[in-house]
Design a protein around this ligand. Structure first.
Ligand code: ASP
Length: 387
């Protein structure tokens, strides 16, 4: 049996504290025990111990493998998040007073936009009673979870996403260390006003920049040419740079316009992604438009180019009121405003992130110029020092 699993079997009953109303939103919240006295390994935080809520959604981090060495042969989303945190005790109790909440337990791909909407409410609710929140998710669409939360959470307290490339129960799993570091980071307050960040492989990444760039390796996440925000080396949290929105800390401009509490409860608009390639046909765009999509992001070649057949289908769809965002399939560089009616430039957002920004924009307004402005500003936040 895995050593961590064995340790969990001898844990004694936990001291119950008041749960707070978090339990009512999604799944039950598990209480945390009283912090145990320090014993060397991790640096203690000054009292009072920061409160961190860990919200579990599933993924490989909660995965159970067939054997200790079946790195790829496992079922994701099996272990409850309370069990993951329990395995980190008592060490984790020295850095934070941790409670857990099970939002869901499945693959990241299995979540829908309505569930994303509920997740935002759950995170914001938890932040009312805690100093920071950790969300565990599958890694496959973690960048989308992260950017969604970055665009929609109203609180400026730390939100840290983590997951793992290896299930909890194999040898050499990155799962326990990633969860421990994510809790440590959330408890530290070092990413206050950063929006959502991702913590994996000892690296801290900004939500808008991070991408999963490898299907299997442990160092699967990268922020490309922007680089990571910092690293965690045991009890040293090194933050070397901040996302530009941190400059607005404490000001009303820090919050995005996407207050889901004020966006009507009807279904959010459908926004799809059409990938361009040599000789790409019109079918995808046509089908999306016929199915009622309000927006389509094109993952274009280079700086947004799409095939002639796709261009024709796009022109037709624009006439029918579909708004397009032009992104690049290259993974870096930018597509600026092309000054074509019905088509906005997605700047340096990846197609999957541009899709979320377009979706939230269309839920708020149909004014194309306003939406382009959002892509140019909050979609592409830049430092603007003022004297
Ligand atoms: N299939 C998993 C997911 O839920 C993969 C992972 O967590 O790494 O995204």
């Amino acid at each position: 049996m895995h050593q961590l699993a064995r340790r969990s079997t001898v844990l004694i009953a936990l001291v119950t504290i008041a749960l707070g109303p978090t339990a009512s939103l999604a799944g039950a919240a598990e209480p945390h025990p009283k912090p145990t006295p320090k014993s060397g390994a991790a640096e203690p935080h000054p009292k009072p111990t920061p409160k961190v809520a860990v919200i579990g959604t599933g993924g490989t981090i909660a995965g159970v493998s067939k054997s200790k060495v079946s790195f790829d042969d496992y079922e994701a989303g099996k272990l409850p998040v309370s069990r993951l945190v329990r395995d980190l005790r008592p060490d984790v109790d020295r850095i934070a007073a941790v409670t857990t909440q099970q939002f869901g337990n499945k693959d990241s791909n299995n979540y829908s936009i309505p569930e994303y909407r509920r997740l935002t409410a759950t995170v914001d609710h938890a932040l009312k009673y805690n100093d920071g929140v950790v969300v565990t998710t599958g890694t496959d669409t973690m960048e989308e979870f992260a950017y969604w939360l970055d665009l929609t959470v109203r609180s400026d307290k730390p939100v840290v996403l983590t997951g793992a490339m290896r299930p909890w129960t194999v040898i050499g799993s990155d799962a326990p260390a990633n969860l421990y570091n994510a809790i440590h980071l959330a408890a530290s307050g070092r990413t206050t006003c950063f929006g959502t960040v991702v913590m994996l492989n000892d690296e801290i990444h900004a939500a808008r920049e991070v991408r999963k760039t490898d299907a299997l390796r442990l160092n699967a996440f990268s922020s490309g040419s922007s680089g990571e925000l910092g690293v965690i080396d045991q009890n040293r949290i090194r933050v070397n740079r901040a996302p530009a929105r941190a400059e607005q800390c404490g000001k009303s401009g820090w919050k995005t316009p996407f207050d889901l509490g004020r966006i009507a409860r009807r279904p959010l608009p459908e926004v799809e992604i059409a990938y361009s390639y040599q000789g790409a046909g019109p079918e995808a765009i046509k089908a999306f438009a016929d199915a009622g999509a309000a927006g389509v992001v094109t993952a274009g070649t280079g700086a947004g180019g799409i095939s002639p057949a796709m261009t024709e289908a796009r022109d037709d769809a624009v006439k029918n009121g579909v708004l397009f965002a032009s992104a690049s399939r290259t993974g870096s560089g930018a597509v600026y405003d092309p000054h074509v009616r019905g088509v906005i430039g997605a700047e340096d957002l990846t197609p999957q992130k541009a899709r979320l920004l377009l979706l939230l924009s269309l839920a708020t307004t149909h004014n194309e110029h306003r939406i382009q402005k959002w892509f140019d500003t909050l979609g592409t936040a830049q430092f603007r020092p003022r004297r």
